[in-house]
Design a protein. Sequence first.
Lengths: 259, 101
Amino acid sequence: VSGPEFAAVLHEMLESTDVAGPARRWAAGDPAPARAMWRALAGLGVTALAVPEKWGGLGASPLDLVAACEELGHHAVPGPAAGELTATLAAPPWVPLAACAEVAGLVLLAQDGVVGRGSVEATFRSVDETRPLASLAAPTSLAVGVAGAVARALDFGALACSAQLLGAGRALLEASVRHARVRVQSGRPAGAFQAVKHRLADVAIGLEFARPARTALQVHGAIGYTAEHDLSRFLLQVRALVPAWGAQAEHRARVLREL
Amino acid sequence: VAGAWIGARACQLHTRAAAAALAAGGTLGPEVSLGKVFWSELDVALHETALDLLGPWAEARDGPDGHWLEDYLFALAGPIYTGTNEIQRTLIAERLLGLSR
């Protein structure tokens, strides 16, 4: 199965799944429905994609992983990829906080080429309530001299996170276009006004070149600002994921070093 | 950061000028739309700069500098309330610049 085909299957499954319900239950403190949703996704093979075949995974290419993660972002699926065992990771300085440590069976801290079991030191609330954060301390060592593997894991994390953001951007544009078609203002659909058209066109251009945009809220207006509207789930997840897996400044500095 | 400081200073001067005009017995006209658009967009940009500086800590609501995130979420409403900036721009074009409706 190719990446795009797998993504299409994933999209169909998520389209007929209530994603918003489990996300809201989790934000209210109950992660059980989100876990059940993740078990279904794991059954489809999502969590096996990046695992080599010799360890029972699908051994998929990074391209397949990107296609799948974009679809997860497209539906704002909350939380970490979780099969039988959920693992989370902090790797200072790029990733100083581990997400979802409270629902993870394995909490890892990677620091100075050493990977170990981390213990939760302090917890913080993310702007995305389905991403509870934790700083980790005093790990028991599981592997040493693995700086290369940690760097590779961070690269994959950043890649998967970018794909999720791209999918979320696509969902925000789709929702905004739908809203602009039905919302009538001064006797015309909001989308008939040139100012609205141009902003949405800019988002379409931005998405094509994978640049984040903050237009969906403005096009929705006040209704998009309410916690009840489904838009907030996407907006807050985007806000949380943008600085996750290395802040933009770090990634820009890295690109510059390679130049 | 320098851009945010310059913008905030411009905002301050613009508001003082409007207050001085009012105090001198004048009235407020469509030019107040200029301030609304400028200030609300500056407010968002300024908070985005702060979140950029915070790096990975930017998403933590109750982190050491969590107030930037809370204030950013509030700033997001600025371009929407008291007349969206789209409405304000139309007012500026029609009433201030005299373009046709």
